[in-house]
Design a protein. Structure first.
Length: 66
């Protein structure tokens, strides 16, 4: 599930039902990428959850990384 259309409180609601390993930050506009990442970084969630949403899910889905 890509999270860019959700407000931060809705991201927290989604996290209560769907594991972070199934969530990914993204944007349909390059100009919004910083805002979308800041939205996730500003949430009161664990660093491992943020890392999963901001990088690990995409790496697993699209390939890459170690």
């Amino acid at each position: 599930l890509e999270l860019s259309t959700l407000m931060p409180n809705h991201v927290l609601e989604v996290l209560s039902h769907i594991p972070a390993s199934r969530l990914m930050a993204g944007s349909d506009l390059p100009e919004n990428t910083e805002v979308e990442f800041a939205k996730i970084l500003g949430l009161d969630i664990g660093h491992d959850v943020k890392r999963s949403i901001l990088s690990e899910t995409a790496l697993r889905l699209f390939g890459g990384g170690a």
